[in-house]
Design a protein around this ligand. Structure first.
Ligand code: MF3
Ligand code: CO
Length: 255
């Protein structure tokens, strides 16, 4: 599949898909508290997506059974919501979700420490978020795709954290996953040139310890090999001739 450049009309639809998803994440952030189950989070996410007029894009994607990936502590991504897993104070919870609006996809992830009470986890969450902003600061029209991962790595390296390499960001539009792949770490090459009106999802997954991960035999859940915590932060962005527009933050905020 080739990398696509979106038309103005497509970008308008992706803006709406992005703004709806920003709202979904705000609803989930407000609701997140100890005692709820990971399935409660998924149900609220799905209900909110549908209420806004969107369609969940993760649900049934390659057989994935939920609308929101809920990944707790050592779970990196693709945790499967269940009514048996209760959120506890101090948990690092990553929420990854997306929706389709009039045929166009949005995709975004946030990580939180419940109760804001574990400094080591909070620092990891903050650094993961900041690494996204460092990465996209390199994503201007005419820059190269792999400049993003290089900027993420430059920022993360001094912390001594591990950057997950087995999963990457991606182009997005009429499909949840389009070309190109968007690595969150340095490559040997600079990659393809970024062009105005490309839309990509940039999604650093940062581990407190080793970068290595295991895939659990539920076919989905990705966990850190050392079982230390991991954080994830993702937005769908539009490449412009200046700074990228962040489609999945309220008001297309630049940060
Ligand atoms: N959010 C994931 C990504 O960024 C996609 C999850 S697909 C699902 O690429 F099936 F696990 F939901
Ligand atoms: Co994604």
């Amino acid at each position: 599949m080739a990398v696509t450049i979106k038309t103005e009309h497509e970008i308008e639809l992706m803006r709406i898909a992005g703004q709806y998803l920003a709202e979904v994440h705000e609803v989930l952030a407000d609701a997140l508290r100890p005692g709820m189950t990971t399935k409660d989070i998924d149900r609220l996410g799905e209900k909110t997506i549908r209420k806004l007029g969107g369609v969940p894009n993760f649900l049934h994607y390659n057989g994935y059974p939920a609308s929101v990936c809920v990944s707790v502590n050592e779970e990196v991504v693709h945790g499967i919501p269940t009514d048996k897993r209760f959120i506890e104070e101090g948990d690092l919870v990553s929420l990854d979700t997306g929706l389709i609006y009039k045929g166009y996809h949005s995709d975004a992830a946030r990580s939180y420490v419940v109760g804001n009470c574990d400094p080591e986890k909070m620092k990891l969450v903050e650094a993961t978020k900041e690494s996204f902003f460092r990465g996209i600061a390199a994503a201007t029209d005419g820059a190269h795709l792999h400049d993003i991962g290089a900027a993420i790595e430059d920022y993360i390296e001094p912390f001594g954290y591990g950057i997950v390499q087995d999963l990457v960001g991606h182009g997005i539009g009429r499909h949840l996953h389009e070309d190109p792949e968007v690595p969150n770490f340095r490559q040997r090459s600079r990659g393809i040139r970024l062009r105005k009106n490309m839309t990509i999802a940039v999604e650093p997954m940062i581990n407190l310890g080793t970068w290595q991960v295991d895939f659990l035999d539920d076919d989905w859940t990705v966990v850190t090999r050392d079982r230390k915590p991991s954080a994830h932060y993702e937005n769908t962005i539009l490449i412009t001739d200046g700074a990228p527009e962040i489609l999945t933050l309220p008001g297309g905020r630049k940060n």
